[in-house]
Design a protein around this ligand. Structure first.
Ligand SMILES: Nc1nc(=O)c2c([nH]1)NC[C@@H]1CN(c3ccc(C(=O)N[C@@H](CCC(=O)O)C(=O)O)cc3)C=[N+]21
Length: 307
């Protein structure tokens, strides 16, 4: 058997299309354009690539993009002051501070300074707390995008056994909350889990988000299970030539695709969904801040998954 390949690129394109339509409607009917501010501190090459593709896609859906690139040695106080300024700026509906931040900056302090109603990453304690108490909030982009891929692959998730490998605040923990909200039976596994392969083999849904290249093997997967690979790891690829690299996930794709029912590729799986949901969150934030109802497109997704 060979798994269905879950096309994150196509799904992200559909989502961006819906966002673009809604942005045009808001402009026509309410006379405003949502704005997303992205703050990048330092020169991390991977982060620079993500930030510029975020900015490009923000503009493509008709929103305003504000990019703030600060040198790596910017004092923490200056970053906090910038965030405060963006909090007050009426043209800014969403604020994203690219992680990781340089070591001299306390990222918790920075994230907690972002106004919760502009926190399009969903990392502020207020939004984390809302998500974990089942209230609606701005939901972290990667888990939300992963849930959308599960919805188009499986429809209802109710009653399914889900195993999340990884317990980060950015992916593992919010993913577990969302799966629980969708009525899955959820196990959060991690590097200290005893017999991780056996735990994974119980799952109808495996979400790999540990940051270890190709950790999850085909014989860890129950035949027919759905595999969501959140990992994006750049590794050496000597087969492509000296000094060349390639992207791989946290799942050993070749072996897992032989056993799984459906699987996300890397690249082209969860990654593109992360940016599309970021734009979606910016749109939702822009509507809520003005007392408008967020678009029905999202309401339908939420109803299918959690209703
Ligand atoms: N505050 C904050 N929020 C984030 O959401 C955030 C962050 N910090 N720091 C870095 C990570 C990483 N991230 C990605 C977004 C898109 C792709 C993506 O589109 N990947 C494509 C292409 C990858 C490539 O070719 O390099 C794919 O998987 O197909 C990947 C990774 C968001 N992050």
């Amino acid at each position: 058997m060979s798994a269905k390949v879950i096309d994150g690129k196509a799904e992200a394109e559909r989502l961006r299309g819906a966002v673009a339509e809604e942005v045009a409607r808001l402009k026509a009917d309410h006379g405003f354009v949502p704005g997303l501010a992205v703050v990048l501190v330092g020169e991390d090459p991977a982060s620079k690539v993500y930030v510029s593709s975020k900015a490009k896609q923000t503009v493509e859906v008709g929103m305003t993009s504000y990019e703030h690139k600060l040198p790596a040695d910017t004092p923490e106080a200056d970053v906090l002051a910038l965030v405060e300024r963006l909090n007050q700026d009426p043209g800014v509906d969403g604020i994203l501070v690219q992680l990781p931040l340089p070591k001299h900056i306390d990222s918790t302090k920075v994230l907690e300074t972002i106004a919760p109603d502009k926190d399009v990453d969903g990392f502020h304690v207020v939004n984390v707390g809302k998500l974990s108490t089942g209230q609606w909030s701005l939901v972290p982009c990667t888990p939300y995008g992963s849930m959308m891929l599960l919805r188009s692959t499986l429809g209802k998730l109710s009653g399914l056994e889900a195993v999340v490998v990884g317990r980060s605040n950015i992916v593992g923990k919010p993913m577990a909350q969302l799966l629980l909200k969708a009525n899955c039976t959820v196990t959060v596994a991690h590097s200290r889990t005893k017999d991780l392969p056996a735990v994974c083999r119980r799952a109808d849904i495996v979400v790999a988000a540990v940051g270890i290249p190709e950790l999850v093997k085909g014989d860890w997967i129950k035949p027919g299970a759905t595999v969501i690979d959140v990992g994006i790891n750049r590794v050496p690829a000597p087969e492509k030539g000296e000094g060349k690299t390639k992207l791989v996930g946290d799942v050993d794709y070749a072996s897992a695709a032989k056993v799984a029912g459906a699987i996300t590729p890397v690249p082209g799986g969860v990654g593109p969904m992360t940016i599309a949901t970021l734009l979606g969150n910016t749109l939702i934030a822009a509507c809520r801040r003005r007392g408008l109802t967020p678009p029905t497109y999202f309401a339908q997704i939420d109803k299918d998954l959690f209703g």
